[in-house]
Ligand binder design. Structure first.
Ligand code: FAD
Length: 407
């Protein structure tokens, strides 16, 4: 222990352990909201988060003046490992809380002081108001407009595929604020208050028979000027950072089965399923399971590398690699589940939870291959920004947006 870092690490580990021993008593699991509109945090969960924030474990990498401890990535991981060891949530939000990270990097001081603690304590629900009927992969083509009027902006337009909009308090909104600038340079980024008369949310039904995402119609909605993130017309850069955080979260995993059947902790779910189904000694099944596990491990290492690249307010194209890999892994994992179950996978319903899970996971894998930017778009990003290949031609890139065809 001659090395000072090792002693500091050990002291930190002891401090977290002691704090968890004094404070962590376990939590009831969060429950889905009625109507399947999403997941809600319970008051008990929020009380726990408030304690974690107050004790400065929520965002240990952040500066001290912003609820953090200014720890290095390696030390913050010590905190995360101790929380994980007892199953306590709430730390690591400096990596995973895309809303709070985006606000910390770009919000005005007044708005930051108001919103960041609420976000860390999950006291406000959020959604992403990016995609529009005519702007998905090409987000720079958004036509929703925000016009300045005194101390606020008035917003008009339509968004679509907005996950969680039905329960959200705020939406992170991209809207056009300059129609004479080229398309990437006339966009601004706002925190739009959702609970106001000008915001109408209509649910959409998904292939999984759930309704997590929505259409959002915005008519003369008002957003205070202090809710602008980054400079006016500088929203594209804010968006890149927010998207990188989103991709990093999606690159780490996705929802598990929905049957409510608990999967054995610590054991790879595919191995447990194959054992239960009596096919664990089948050489073909073993080979397929091994392939999925190898990909998962490799992706975890790659995601850790990408996160190390992601300083405050920057974006890493390597996140796209993790998200693309996770999309492939989820499809493969679902295929191997189906292979393990054989004809049983044709069944459905509460009496056949294993088949229900296999089918749900097969359909839900598309969430990761489309949401947060499609697989094809991640490939473009990797090609252009990681491998340095020539850019796709973009004929409308330098043209004032007003003159782009369709406007
Ligand atoms: C489960 C889910 C949740 C979502 N949640 C949200 C949300 O909360 N907020 C939000 O704003 N959006 C959300 N989305 C929308 C999502 O971000 C868009 O669907 C996605 O970006 C694709 O846009 P699009 O649907 O308009 O498809 P398009 O952009 O029209 O693409 C159609 C097809 O063309 C391909 N394509 C397009 N451009 C290129 C190109 N340049 N090179 C190669 N191929 C290309 C695409 O890969 C795709 O296969 C969600 C989507 C899903 C599936």
């Amino acid at each position: 222990m001659a090395d000072g870092t090792i002693i500091a690490d050990e002291a930190l580990r002891e401090e977290v352990r002691a704090w968890l021993a004094d404070n962590w008593k376990g939590l009831e699991r969060s429950r889905p909201t009625p109507g399947g509109a999403g997941w809600t945090t319970t008051p008990e969960h929020r009380d726990w988060l408030a304690k974690v924030v107050e004790a400065r474990w929520a965002v240990p990498r952040w500066p001290i003046e912003w609820f953090g401890r200014g720890l290095s990535d390696a030390q913050a991981r010590i905190v995360e490992r101790e929380f994980a060891a007892v199953g306590a949530p709430g730390t690591g939000q400096d990596r995973s809380n895309l809303w709070a990270n985006t606000a910390l990097a770009f919000a005005t001081p007044t708005f930051k002081a108001k919103i960041v603690p609420l976000l860390l304590r999950s006291e406000v629900a959020m959604c992403l108001l990016y995609s529009e009927p005519g702007a998905g992969s090409d987000l720079a083509g958004v036509r929703t407009r925000a016009d300045r009027q005194g101390d606020h902006f008035v917003v008009n337009g339509q968004k679509v595929w907005t996950s969680g909009a039905a329960t959200a308090d705020y939406g992170m909104l991209i809207a056009r604020t300059d129609w004479d600038a080229p398309k990437h340079s006339g966009i601004s980024f706002f925190f739009l208050p959702m609970k106001q008369p000008g915001v109408e949310v209509r649910p959409l039904r998904q292939i999984t028979d759930e309704s997590h995402f929505n259409e959002v119609f915005i008519t003369d909605a008002v957003v205070p000027a202090e809710n602008l993130l980054g400079p006016l017309n500088g929203g594209w850069r804010v968006l890149q950072t927010a998207l990188a955080y989103e991709r990093s979260v999606m690159g780490e995993g996705a929802r598990g089965p929905r049957s409510g059947v608990r999967e054995s902790v610590g054991e790879e779910p595919l191995i447990a399923l194959a054992r239960e189904a009596g096919v664990l000694s089948d050489p073909l099944i073993r080979q397929e399971i091994a392939k999925v596990i190898a990909w998962k491990r490799l992706n975890a290492l790659n995601t850790a590398r990408a996160k190390a690249d992601l300083g405050q307010g920057t974006s890493s194209p390597v996140m796209s690699l993790g998200k693309l890999a996770m999309s492939r892994i989820l499809h493969e994992e679902a295929r191997v589940r189906t292979l393990i179950l054989g004809p049983e996978s044709l069944l459905e319903g509460p009496n056949h939870p294993r088949a229900e899970d296999a089918n749900f996971l097969t359909l839900n894998a598309y969430f990761t291959s489309i949401g947060g930017g499609t697989d094809q778009i991640q490939r473009n990003i990797i090609g252009e920004r990681v491998l340095g290949l020539p850019k796709e031609p973009e004929v409308d890139r330098d043209v004032p947006f007003r003159q782009v065809r369709g406007n």
